[in-house]
Design a protein around this ligand. Structure first.
Ligand code: HEM
Length: 493
């Protein structure tokens, strides 16, 4: 009787409202904050904190308010953020096995499908990472061959800068091409001319994809991939760009397959093809052409944008701080002179130059949030409970600018890396390559590149602003934190 009366008085609007209330109730019950879970701002039912931009400046503000371990909700997924040197070290080093896995990040999962190095997990990740590491070390044996590649490229880069004859120009793609040529030599066995339009196109597609990957709309895709994949938006451009980049990489792989001679491995791809033969009995390790494509993308992308963005920051800082530029040049002139390029053996004798490069990495802050990791087991951090499977992001920028670790965190100050006698000093909170099991595998290569490119450029040129247009010290935030586009003058010395 009661039910009959209830159904009789319900019209379309009442049914709609009731369904909505039930949906919200079920969301509240299903997505209740677990006990002793890290605090965070109030989340909207169904949507969570989708209107809170996940960028490092907002994350610093939230850390101020909620403490070094806090949380956000995106859709139905809860994410934990860890801020400050002490807590990040606790998460990545003291609890070495707790936050190793990678959660599914829908934007990148659509491209890499959990294969390769940066987005894979478990046994496959271990095997792929180890193989890439061994290969990078082999090329760095005695640090000779990688140093040779970089030396050759430094000559090309200096020549290209000279051709500008001190006129204003934007160094963006020449720098990216030069740095990209090092990892290309390792992976493909050859470099690309700065005038090669196909490689330039790939660099531009990658740059645009990484910029868009940090946009608010793309973050919406990560929250609601099932719905967003049917809607237009920057995520579609990101995926289209990656499709084109993958086609380019696939062509290189196919060419290698045609020319492959197991007795004469020329590069990473050749060595990988041999490994595919050896690991036929171990399919879980994932040595196949699909994973090779994902590894190639990982190495080329991670190995190009990062070091080249850092070097562009170095130019921005040198132009903004001419007195620091002069001190670097004076040190290089004194130790190396002008008759030969700087080499890695010069580095210990160039503490000021080394300190400037480290400070560039700190303030450049090119990967402010790193990539999310995932609690591999139920864990406790900062007194809070983090259930297995929760996405955990260690905010690298909060380490590089930690007020408790750096004397002048917001100032570009190479003295951070010099002791009272002017000798180079390491700093614990210098973690631009992260720490723990997911630490960057390109760290040794990147350090070589940054030192050799930077020292060679400053040996040959004085960098000046285009009159009236000082390059901005504010970064453009995408997935990376990169300098705004700028033009400069490279005046031969
Ligand atoms: C200045 C240069 C570089 C910086 C600042 C940098 C920074 C980083 C950071 C912070 C991570 C960890 C991301 C995370 O899990 O939160 C990472 C991972 C990675 N980097 Fe680099 N990187 C640089 C250069 C390179 C180079 C040259 C290569 C290629 C040889 C490379 C390859 C990778 C790969 C494959 C990973 C994923 C590792 C994994 O998930 O196991 N990086 N990098």
């Amino acid at each position: 009787m009661i039910f009959q009366a209830f159904f009789d008085c319900m019209n379309f609007t009442s049914w709609f409202l009731l369904s909505f209330v039930l949906l919200i109730l079920s969301d509240v019950i299903r997505n209740r904050r677990p006990r002793n879970f890290p605090p965070g701002p109030w989340a909207l039912p169904l949507l969570g904190n989708v209107f809170t931009g996940v960028d490092y400046k907002t994350m610093h503000e939230l850390a101020q308010k909620y403490g070094p371990v806090f949380s956000l909700r995106r859709g139905s997924e809860r994410m934990v953020f860890v801020a400050g040197y002490k807590m990040v070290k606790e998460a990545l080093v003291s609890q070495l096995d707790s936050f190793v896995d990678r959660p599914i990040i829908p934007l990148f999962h659509a491209v890499l499908k959990g294969l390769g190095i940066s987005m894979s997990n478990g046994y496959l990740w271990k095997k792929q990472r180890k193989f890439a590491n061994t290969h990078l070390r082999y090329f760095g044996e005695g640090q000779k061959s990688l140093e040779k590649y970089i030396e050759v490229e430094c000559n090309f880069l200096c020549e290209a800068f000279k051709e500008e004859q001190g006129r204003p120009f934007n160094p963006h793609y020449i720098m990216t091409n030069a740095v990209g040529n090092i990892i290309s030599s390792v992976v493909f066995g050859h470099r690309f001319e700065y005038t090669d339009p196909s490689f330039r196109k790939i660099l531009e597609l990658d740059n645009d994809a990484l910029l868009l990957a940090g946009s608010a709309q793309t973050q919406l895709y990560d929250a609601f991939p099932g719905l967003m994949k049917y809607l237009p938006g920057p995520h579609q451009t990101v995926h289209a760009n990656y499709r084109e980049i993958m086609t380019f990489l696939n062509r290189e792989i196919e060419k290698h397959q045609e020319e492959w001679n197991p007795d004469d491995p020329r590069d990473f791809i050749d060595a990988y093809l041999s490994e595919m033969e050896k690991k036929k009995e171990d399919p879980r390790a994932g040595f196949n052409t699909e994973t090779l494509l994902a590894c190639t993308l990982d190495l080329i992308e991670a190995g190009t944008e990062t070091s080249s963005t850092t070097l562009r920051w170095a130019l921005v800082f040198m132009i903004n701080y001419p007195e620091i530029q002069e001190k670097v040049q004076a040190e290089i002139d004194r130790v190396v002179g002008q008759s030969r390029l700087p080499t890695l053996t010069d580095r210990p004798k160039l503490p000021y130059t080394d300190a400037v490069i480290h400070e560039t990495q700190r303030v450049g802050n090119i990967v402010p949030l790193g990539l999310p990791k995932m609690a591999s087991k139920d864990s406790t951090l900062g007194g809070y409970f983090i259930p297995k499977g929760t996405a955990v992001t260690t905010i690298l920028s909060s380490v590089l600018f930690d007020k408790n670790e750096w004397e002048t965190p917001d100032v570009f100050n190479p003295e951070h890396f010099l002791d009272s006698e002017g000798k180079f000093q390491k700093r614990d909170a210098f973690l631009p390559f992260l720490a723990g099991k997911r630490v960057c595998i390109g760290e040794p290569l990147a350090k070589m590149e940054l030192f050799l490119f930077f020292a060679s450029l400053l040996q040959h040129f004085t960098f000046r602003p285009v009159p009236g247009k000082m390059p901005s010290l504010e970064g453009v935030l995408g997935f990376n934190n990169s300098p705004e586009e700028f033009r400069m003058q490279a005046v031969p010395r």
